[in-house]
Design a protein around this ligand. Structure first.
Ligand SMILES: Nc1ncnc2c1ncn2[C@@H]1O[C@H](COP(=O)(O)OP(=O)(O)OP(=O)(O)O)[C@@H](O)[C@H]1O
Ligand SMILES: [Mg+2]
Length: 295
């Protein structure tokens, strides 16, 4: 298992400067020529080379010879280091812990904020799966890998904005602290994922809290989650509180697919509660409530 906290600790200011220089170079190159890295980092060649060989060993960069010249690109792990460094420098995160899990398009780590507050860092990893499968040779300009970094950054910003707005209006979502590049720092939720079907004292109340969140998201923020399932709800069984997570794919209510997605989200979660907790709520009635069609 990759311990990103341990890797981060091994990096010096110089290493981070070199990573930043490569990141900057990615606006033009898939593999950034050594010369450009030297120029952007304002460091002597020998220092850059030492740093690069160390970071290659740590799998933060990949290297390639391009017409006789050395060139480098960041890996997702390399990008993680830059985001982590931002969070550490800004006093958002103090210590990085174990990996919580690997999702389809993300990797989550436990961390501590100053004062000992537990947080989760979600690193978006868009395109990683196809990334590995892709064997087609492309030139740097056409390579979608850099776009995947971009896509991950867009997804992180979207998740941050959605969570922030939703939290402000008093819905059942985790508090969000910050985002940088492709990473979001979110309050760590102590609880059980709904797919584990935890025993609930008042399951109907939990469901209504979820529906209330969907309703406020739709009517007040104007967004639809779009991927709601028992995997994206964490429940604190002691307080009977659900937390709806995983928002980067949300759509605005004027999106052509919004109505269909809203119907799917609502019907899906209601059926899950009906089946597993025997709450007996009508999916139609729930949808009307969420759409604000009855009080
Ligand atoms: N704030 C949090 N606190 C505690 N655990 C969390 C938090 N956010 C996410 N997790 C855990 O990490 C898992 C993945 O998170 P999330 O759903 O946001 O990412 P994902 O990329 O969509 O993953 P997947 O593809 O598996 O749905 C969750 O199912 C949950 O177990
Ligand atoms: Mg998820």
């Amino acid at each position: 298992m990759v311990k990103i906290g341990l890797i981060y600790k091994q990096l010096t200011k110089r290493d981070l400067k070199v990573l930043e220089a490569i990141e900057k170079g990615h606006s033009k190159y898939e593999y950034v020529p050594l010369e450009i890295i030297e120029k952007y980092s304002k460091l002597p060649e020998q220092h850059v080379l030492l740093s690069l060989s160390k970071m290659h060993r740590l799998k933060l960069v990949k290297r390639k010879m391009i017409s006789g010249y050395k060139a480098f690109r960041l890996t997702y792990l390399g990008l993680d280091m830059l985001a982590l460094d931002y969070f550490v420098r800004k006093d958002i995160v103090e210590a990085i812990g174990d990996r919580i899990g690997v999702g389809k398009e993300s990797e989550l780590y436990k961390a501590l904020a100053p004062g000992g507050k537990k947080v989760a860092i979600k690193f978006l990893r868009i395109g990683r799966t196809s990334f590995r499968k892709t064997r087609i040779v492309r030139t740097w300009a056409q390579d979608p890998r850099i776009d995947w970094f971009k896509q991950s950054k867009i997804a992180a910003e979207r998740e941050f904005k959605a969570l922030k707005e939703l939290y402000q209006i008093g819905t059942y979502v985790p508090y969000v602290l910050a985002y940088n590049r492709h990473a979001v720092v979110i309050e760590y939720i102590e609880g059980v994922e709904l797919y584990r079907k935890p025993e609930l004292d008042k399951p109907e109340e939990v469901l209504w809290k979820i529906l209330d969140t969907l309703r406020k998201a739709y009517l007040e923020v104007g967004v639809v989650h779009g991927d709601l399932s028992e995997y994206n709800v964490i429940v604190n069984v002691d307080t009977n509180t659900p937390y709806i997570i995983d928002w980067p794919q949300y759509v605005y209510k004027d999106d052509p697919s919004a109505e269909q997605l809203l119907k799917r989200d609502v019907e899906y979660i209601v059926r899950f509660f009906n089946k597993n907790y025997k709450v007996g709520i009508s999916p139609d009635k729930a949808l009307k409530y969420v759409r604000g069609e009855n009080e």
